[in-house]
Design a protein around this ligand. Structure first.
Ligand SMILES: Cc1cc2nc3c(=O)[nH]c(=O)nc-3n(C[C@H](O)[C@H](O)[C@H](O)COP(=O)(O)O)c2cc1C
Length: 356
Protein backbone atom coordinates (compact mmCIF):
# COMPACT_ATOMS: atom_id res chain seq x y z
CA UNK A 1 0.00 0.00 0.00
CA UNK A 2 1.70 3.19 -1.19
CA UNK A 3 0.76 6.57 0.25
CA UNK A 4 2.56 9.91 0.55
CA UNK A 5 3.69 8.70 3.98
CA UNK A 6 5.27 5.46 2.79
CA UNK A 7 7.05 7.43 0.05
CA UNK A 8 8.40 9.94 2.55
CA UNK A 9 9.45 7.41 5.19
CA UNK A 10 10.55 4.65 2.85
CA UNK A 11 8.43 1.90 4.44
CA UNK A 12 6.11 -0.69 2.87
CA UNK A 13 2.96 0.01 4.88
CA UNK A 14 1.52 3.34 6.07
CA UNK A 15 1.81 2.23 9.68
CA UNK A 16 3.97 4.02 12.24
CA UNK A 17 5.01 2.58 15.58
CA UNK A 18 5.19 5.70 17.72
CA UNK A 19 7.76 6.38 20.40
CA UNK A 20 6.86 5.29 23.91
CA UNK A 21 9.22 5.98 26.78
CA UNK A 22 10.70 2.71 28.15
CA UNK A 23 8.78 0.72 25.54
CA UNK A 24 9.95 1.60 22.02
CA UNK A 25 13.43 0.06 22.25
CA UNK A 26 15.76 -1.08 19.48
CA UNK A 27 14.19 -4.55 19.25
CA UNK A 28 10.63 -3.22 18.83
CA UNK A 29 11.70 -0.56 16.31
CA UNK A 30 13.71 -3.07 14.26
CA UNK A 31 10.84 -5.60 14.31
CA UNK A 32 8.46 -2.91 13.04
CA UNK A 33 10.82 -1.93 10.23
CA UNK A 34 11.43 -5.55 9.24
CA UNK A 35 7.66 -6.14 9.09
CA UNK A 36 7.14 -3.18 6.74
CA UNK A 37 6.09 -0.45 9.21
CA UNK A 38 8.10 2.52 10.46
CA UNK A 39 9.31 2.59 14.08
CA UNK A 40 10.54 5.38 16.34
CA UNK A 41 13.09 4.81 19.09
CA UNK A 42 11.96 6.39 22.39
CA UNK A 43 14.93 8.73 22.80
CA UNK A 44 13.14 11.15 25.14
CA UNK A 45 14.05 9.09 28.22
CA UNK A 46 17.56 8.08 27.12
CA UNK A 47 21.07 9.45 27.53
CA UNK A 48 23.01 10.36 24.41
CA UNK A 49 25.01 7.13 24.75
CA UNK A 50 21.84 5.04 25.03
CA UNK A 51 20.36 6.68 21.93
CA UNK A 52 23.53 6.02 19.95
CA UNK A 53 23.62 2.41 21.17
CA UNK A 54 19.95 2.07 20.21
CA UNK A 55 20.58 3.39 16.70
CA UNK A 56 23.52 1.03 16.20
CA UNK A 57 21.51 -1.88 17.61
CA UNK A 58 18.59 -1.20 15.22
CA UNK A 59 20.99 -1.02 12.28
CA UNK A 60 22.52 -4.38 13.15
CA UNK A 61 19.04 -5.94 13.26
CA UNK A 62 17.57 -4.44 10.08
CA UNK A 63 18.25 -2.36 6.98
CA UNK A 64 14.78 -0.85 7.20
CA UNK A 65 14.56 2.91 7.81
CA UNK A 66 13.54 4.14 11.27
CA UNK A 67 13.30 7.29 13.35
CA UNK A 68 14.25 8.74 16.75
CA UNK A 69 11.91 10.59 19.09
CA UNK A 70 13.27 13.25 21.41
CA UNK A 71 12.18 16.00 23.74
CA UNK A 72 13.38 19.46 22.82
CA UNK A 73 13.85 20.50 26.44
CA UNK A 74 16.28 17.85 27.65
CA UNK A 75 19.69 19.49 28.17
CA UNK A 76 21.28 17.28 25.50
CA UNK A 77 18.69 17.97 22.76
CA UNK A 78 21.26 19.59 20.44
CA UNK A 79 23.48 16.50 20.88
CA UNK A 80 20.58 14.22 19.91
CA UNK A 81 20.02 16.22 16.74
CA UNK A 82 23.73 15.89 15.85
CA UNK A 83 23.59 12.14 16.55
CA UNK A 84 20.60 11.71 14.24
CA UNK A 85 22.45 13.60 11.52
CA UNK A 86 25.72 11.67 12.03
CA UNK A 87 23.88 8.35 11.84
CA UNK A 88 21.57 9.51 9.05
CA UNK A 89 18.38 8.28 10.68
CA UNK A 90 15.44 8.63 8.32
CA UNK A 91 13.16 10.71 10.57
CA UNK A 92 12.79 12.45 13.91
CA UNK A 93 9.64 12.95 15.94
CA UNK A 94 8.95 15.36 18.78
CA UNK A 95 5.97 17.02 20.40
CA UNK A 96 7.54 20.38 21.31
CA UNK A 97 9.11 21.68 18.17
CA UNK A 98 12.76 22.63 17.97
CA UNK A 99 13.32 26.14 16.58
CA UNK A 100 12.72 26.68 12.86
CA UNK A 101 16.54 26.89 12.55
CA UNK A 102 17.07 23.43 14.07
CA UNK A 103 14.26 21.99 11.97
CA UNK A 104 16.03 23.47 8.95
CA UNK A 105 19.31 21.86 10.08
CA UNK A 106 17.65 18.43 10.29
CA UNK A 107 15.91 18.85 6.96
CA UNK A 108 19.13 20.09 5.38
CA UNK A 109 20.68 16.77 6.42
CA UNK A 110 17.86 14.91 4.68
CA UNK A 111 16.02 13.93 7.88
CA UNK A 112 12.22 13.88 7.81
CA UNK A 113 10.72 15.98 10.62
CA UNK A 114 7.42 14.50 11.78
CA UNK A 115 6.09 15.97 15.03
CA UNK A 116 3.07 14.70 16.95
CA UNK A 117 0.29 17.22 17.41
CA UNK A 118 -2.93 16.93 19.39
CA UNK A 119 -4.82 20.02 18.26
CA UNK A 120 -5.68 21.69 14.97
CA UNK A 121 -3.78 24.90 15.74
CA UNK A 122 -0.70 22.92 16.78
CA UNK A 123 -0.80 21.14 13.43
CA UNK A 124 -0.79 24.45 11.56
CA UNK A 125 2.03 25.77 13.77
CA UNK A 126 4.14 22.64 13.26
CA UNK A 127 3.81 22.95 9.49
CA UNK A 128 4.72 26.63 9.73
CA UNK A 129 7.89 25.61 11.63
CA UNK A 130 8.87 23.31 8.78
CA UNK A 131 7.41 19.85 9.56
CA UNK A 132 7.54 17.49 6.57
CA UNK A 133 4.67 15.38 7.88
CA UNK A 134 2.58 15.05 11.04
CA UNK A 135 1.26 12.48 13.47
CA UNK A 136 -2.16 13.83 14.41
CA UNK A 137 -3.28 12.36 17.72
CA UNK A 138 -6.86 12.51 18.94
CA UNK A 139 -7.90 12.45 22.59
CA UNK A 140 -8.38 8.69 22.83
CA UNK A 141 -4.62 8.23 22.33
CA UNK A 142 -2.22 7.22 25.09
CA UNK A 143 0.24 9.40 27.02
CA UNK A 144 0.00 13.19 26.65
CA UNK A 145 -3.11 13.84 24.67
CA UNK A 146 -5.52 16.54 23.54
CA UNK A 147 -9.22 16.95 24.21
CA UNK A 148 -10.52 16.52 20.66
CA UNK A 149 -11.43 13.01 19.46
CA UNK A 150 -9.50 11.56 16.52
CA UNK A 151 -12.44 11.66 14.07
CA UNK A 152 -13.13 15.32 14.86
CA UNK A 153 -9.45 16.31 14.63
CA UNK A 154 -9.17 14.59 11.26
CA UNK A 155 -12.29 16.47 10.15
CA UNK A 156 -10.71 19.76 11.22
CA UNK A 157 -7.51 19.01 9.32
CA UNK A 158 -8.99 17.69 6.11
CA UNK A 159 -7.66 19.68 3.14
CA UNK A 160 -6.07 22.20 5.51
CA UNK A 161 -2.42 21.10 5.44
CA UNK A 162 -0.30 20.27 2.42
CA UNK A 163 1.97 17.76 4.21
CA UNK A 164 1.08 14.06 4.65
CA UNK A 165 -0.17 12.98 8.07
CA UNK A 166 -0.77 9.81 10.02
CA UNK A 167 -3.81 9.56 12.25
CA UNK A 168 -3.17 8.42 15.84
CA UNK A 169 -5.31 7.70 18.86
CA UNK A 170 -7.46 4.58 18.93
CA UNK A 171 -6.03 2.49 16.06
CA UNK A 172 -5.32 -1.24 16.15
CA UNK A 173 -6.56 -2.85 12.92
CA UNK A 174 -7.08 -2.61 9.17
CA UNK A 175 -10.62 -1.24 9.42
CA UNK A 176 -9.13 1.66 11.41
CA UNK A 177 -6.46 2.17 8.75
CA UNK A 178 -9.08 2.35 5.99
CA UNK A 179 -11.28 4.67 8.11
CA UNK A 180 -8.34 7.02 8.79
CA UNK A 181 -7.51 7.15 5.10
CA UNK A 182 -11.17 7.76 4.21
CA UNK A 183 -11.03 10.73 6.57
CA UNK A 184 -8.04 12.21 4.75
CA UNK A 185 -5.02 10.71 6.56
CA UNK A 186 -2.11 9.07 4.74
CA UNK A 187 -1.73 6.27 7.26
CA UNK A 188 -1.97 5.48 10.97
CA UNK A 189 0.35 5.72 13.95
CA UNK A 190 -0.09 3.45 16.95
CA UNK A 191 1.42 3.32 20.40
CA UNK A 192 -0.67 1.08 22.64
CA UNK A 193 -1.13 -1.62 19.97
CA UNK A 194 2.67 -1.94 19.66
CA UNK A 195 3.10 -1.92 23.44
CA UNK A 196 0.94 -5.05 23.42
CA UNK A 197 3.12 -7.19 21.18
CA UNK A 198 5.53 -10.03 21.76
CA UNK A 199 8.58 -7.85 21.06
CA UNK A 200 7.54 -5.04 23.40
CA UNK A 201 9.87 -5.10 26.44
CA UNK A 202 7.10 -4.35 28.96
CA UNK A 203 7.04 -7.03 31.70
CA UNK A 204 4.30 -9.67 31.38
CA UNK A 205 2.50 -8.67 34.60
CA UNK A 206 2.18 -5.09 33.34
CA UNK A 207 0.98 -6.22 29.89
CA UNK A 208 -1.64 -8.37 31.66
CA UNK A 209 -3.11 -5.26 33.33
CA UNK A 210 -3.44 -3.53 29.94
CA UNK A 211 -5.14 -6.59 28.45
CA UNK A 212 -7.75 -6.81 31.20
CA UNK A 213 -8.65 -3.09 31.44
CA UNK A 214 -11.89 -1.95 29.74
CA UNK A 215 -11.95 1.35 27.76
CA UNK A 216 -13.87 3.28 30.42
CA UNK A 217 -11.07 2.65 32.95
CA UNK A 218 -8.54 4.40 30.68
CA UNK A 219 -8.86 7.99 31.75
CA UNK A 220 -7.31 11.42 31.31
CA UNK A 221 -5.63 13.05 34.29
CA UNK A 222 -3.48 16.16 34.77
CA UNK A 223 -2.06 14.89 38.10
CA UNK A 224 1.27 13.77 36.67
CA UNK A 225 2.61 16.98 35.22
CA UNK A 226 -0.29 19.38 34.91
CA UNK A 227 -0.91 18.37 31.30
CA UNK A 228 -3.67 15.98 30.25
CA UNK A 229 -2.39 12.43 29.96
CA UNK A 230 -4.33 9.27 29.21
CA UNK A 231 -3.57 6.30 31.42
CA UNK A 232 -5.08 3.32 33.18
CA UNK A 233 -6.97 4.30 36.34
CA UNK A 234 -4.93 2.20 38.79
CA UNK A 235 -4.18 2.41 42.50
CA UNK A 236 -1.14 4.64 41.90
CA UNK A 237 -3.19 7.26 40.03
CA UNK A 238 -5.75 7.17 42.85
CA UNK A 239 -2.92 7.97 45.31
CA UNK A 240 -1.76 10.87 43.12
CA UNK A 241 -5.29 12.26 43.00
CA UNK A 242 -5.47 12.14 46.81
CA UNK A 243 -2.02 13.69 47.36
CA UNK A 244 -1.68 17.23 48.73
CA UNK A 245 -0.10 20.02 46.64
CA UNK A 246 3.00 19.92 48.86
CA UNK A 247 3.26 16.16 48.42
CA UNK A 248 3.04 16.57 44.63
CA UNK A 249 5.68 19.30 44.65
CA UNK A 250 8.15 17.22 46.68
CA UNK A 251 7.56 14.23 44.42
CA UNK A 252 8.11 16.43 41.33
CA UNK A 253 11.43 17.74 42.69
CA UNK A 254 12.65 14.23 43.53
CA UNK A 255 11.66 12.95 40.07
CA UNK A 256 13.26 16.00 38.41
CA UNK A 257 16.63 15.22 40.06
CA UNK A 258 16.37 11.52 39.28
CA UNK A 259 15.44 12.17 35.63
CA UNK A 260 18.37 14.57 35.23
CA UNK A 261 20.79 12.05 36.71
CA UNK A 262 19.38 9.26 34.60
CA UNK A 263 19.67 11.18 31.32
CA UNK A 264 23.23 12.20 32.15
CA UNK A 265 22.53 15.89 32.83
CA UNK A 266 23.64 18.28 35.57
CA UNK A 267 21.61 20.33 38.03
CA UNK A 268 22.58 23.47 36.13
CA UNK A 269 21.52 21.88 32.83
CA UNK A 270 18.20 20.86 34.36
CA UNK A 271 17.51 24.39 35.60
CA UNK A 272 18.42 25.86 32.21
CA UNK A 273 16.07 23.45 30.41
CA UNK A 274 13.28 24.16 32.89
CA UNK A 275 13.75 27.88 32.32
CA UNK A 276 13.74 27.46 28.51
CA UNK A 277 10.58 25.35 28.75
CA UNK A 278 8.87 27.97 30.92
CA UNK A 279 10.05 30.85 28.70
CA UNK A 280 8.68 29.13 25.59
CA UNK A 281 5.27 30.00 27.04
CA UNK A 282 3.86 26.51 26.47
CA UNK A 283 3.83 25.54 30.14
CA UNK A 284 3.03 27.19 33.46
CA UNK A 285 5.66 27.24 36.23
CA UNK A 286 3.90 24.34 37.99
CA UNK A 287 3.80 22.29 34.79
CA UNK A 288 7.49 23.02 34.16
CA UNK A 289 8.43 21.82 37.64
CA UNK A 290 6.47 18.61 37.16
CA UNK A 291 7.77 17.89 33.64
CA UNK A 292 10.05 15.03 34.71
CA UNK A 293 7.33 13.29 36.71
CA UNK A 294 5.88 11.26 33.88
CA UNK A 295 9.03 9.44 32.75
CA UNK A 296 10.01 8.50 36.30
CA UNK A 297 6.55 7.31 37.33
CA UNK A 298 6.15 5.31 34.13
CA UNK A 299 9.44 3.52 34.70
CA UNK A 300 8.13 1.62 37.77
CA UNK A 301 5.49 -0.21 35.75
CA UNK A 302 7.18 -0.39 32.38
CA UNK A 303 10.67 -1.44 33.41
CA UNK A 304 10.39 -2.80 36.92
CA UNK A 305 7.12 -4.65 36.28
CA UNK A 306 5.21 -3.20 39.22
CA UNK A 307 1.94 -2.10 37.64
CA UNK A 308 0.44 -0.87 40.94
CA UNK A 309 3.45 1.29 41.82
CA UNK A 310 3.59 3.44 38.72
CA UNK A 311 1.66 5.09 35.94
CA UNK A 312 0.40 3.06 32.99
CA UNK A 313 0.01 5.43 30.01
CA UNK A 314 -2.44 3.90 27.59
CA UNK A 315 -4.74 4.67 24.73
CA UNK A 316 -8.38 3.72 25.23
CA UNK A 317 -7.83 1.20 22.48
CA UNK A 318 -6.22 -1.12 25.07
CA UNK A 319 -9.81 -1.88 26.05
CA UNK A 320 -10.29 -3.53 22.64
CA UNK A 321 -7.04 -5.49 22.59
CA UNK A 322 -6.83 -9.02 23.97
CA UNK A 323 -3.75 -10.52 22.36
CA UNK A 324 0.04 -10.13 22.19
CA UNK A 325 0.97 -10.95 18.59
CA UNK A 326 4.49 -10.76 17.18
CA UNK A 327 4.95 -7.49 15.28
CA UNK A 328 5.15 -9.18 11.85
CA UNK A 329 1.90 -11.06 12.55
CA UNK A 330 0.28 -7.84 13.69
CA UNK A 331 1.18 -5.90 10.55
CA UNK A 332 0.14 -8.80 8.32
CA UNK A 333 -3.21 -8.97 10.17
CA UNK A 334 -3.76 -5.23 9.79
CA UNK A 335 -3.06 -5.32 6.06
CA UNK A 336 -5.32 -8.38 5.56
CA UNK A 337 -8.06 -6.67 7.52
CA UNK A 338 -7.64 -3.48 5.46
CA UNK A 339 -8.03 -5.52 2.24
CA UNK A 340 -11.10 -7.28 3.68
CA UNK A 341 -12.61 -3.94 4.73
CA UNK A 342 -12.06 -2.44 1.29
CA UNK A 343 -13.59 -5.54 -0.37
CA UNK A 344 -16.62 -5.31 1.95
CA UNK A 345 -17.09 -1.64 1.06
CA UNK A 346 -16.74 -2.37 -2.65
CA UNK A 347 -19.39 -5.11 -2.35
CA UNK A 348 -21.76 -2.68 -0.61
CA UNK A 349 -21.28 -0.06 -3.31
CA UNK A 350 -21.67 -2.66 -6.12
CA UNK A 351 -24.89 -3.96 -4.52
CA UNK A 352 -26.17 -0.38 -4.35
CA UNK A 353 -25.19 0.07 -8.03
CA UNK A 354 -27.11 -3.12 -9.02
CA UNK A 355 -30.30 -1.79 -7.37
CA UNK A 356 -30.21 1.47 -9.35
C1 LIG B 1 3.33 3.85 27.38
C2 LIG B 1 3.34 5.06 26.50
C3 LIG B 1 4.45 5.88 26.50
C4 LIG B 1 4.50 6.99 25.65
N1 LIG B 1 5.65 7.75 25.60
C5 LIG B 1 5.78 8.72 24.65
C6 LIG B 1 7.03 9.38 24.46
O1 LIG B 1 8.03 9.10 25.13
N2 LIG B 1 7.10 10.35 23.49
C7 LIG B 1 6.01 10.66 22.71
O2 LIG B 1 6.12 11.54 21.84
N3 LIG B 1 4.81 10.03 22.87
C8 LIG B 1 4.69 9.06 23.80
N4 LIG B 1 3.49 8.38 23.93
C9 LIG B 1 2.39 8.63 22.97
C10 LIG B 1 2.50 7.64 21.78
O3 LIG B 1 3.70 7.85 21.10
C11 LIG B 1 1.35 7.76 20.77
O4 LIG B 1 1.27 9.07 20.27
C12 LIG B 1 0.00 7.28 21.33
O5 LIG B 1 0.18 6.12 22.09
C13 LIG B 1 -1.00 7.02 20.19
O6 LIG B 1 -2.23 6.61 20.66
P1 LIG B 1 -2.67 5.04 20.84
O7 LIG B 1 -2.06 4.62 22.11
O8 LIG B 1 -4.16 5.07 20.87
O9 LIG B 1 -2.14 4.28 19.66
C14 LIG B 1 3.39 7.29 24.80
C15 LIG B 1 2.25 6.47 24.84
C16 LIG B 1 2.22 5.35 25.66
C17 LIG B 1 0.99 4.47 25.63
Amino acid sequence: MKTRLTELLGCRYPIIQTAMGWVADARLVAATGEAGGFGFLAGAVMTLEEIEQGIVDIKTRTDAPFGVNFHMYVPHAAGIIDLCIDHQVRAVSYSRSPSAKLVEKLKGAGIVCIPTVGAYRHALKAVELGADALVVQGGEGGGHTGSVATTILLGQLRDKVAVPYAAAGGFRDGAGLVAAMALGADGIAMGTRFLLTEESPVPAQTKAVYLETPPEKIVVSTRLDGLPQRMIANAYLARLIDATSLGLLLRALKNGFQFTRMTGGSLWGMLRSAWAMYRSGDLSLGQTMMAANAPMMIQEAMVKGQPDDGILPSGQVAGLIDDLPAVDQLLAMIMRDAEGTLARMRAVSEAAGDKE
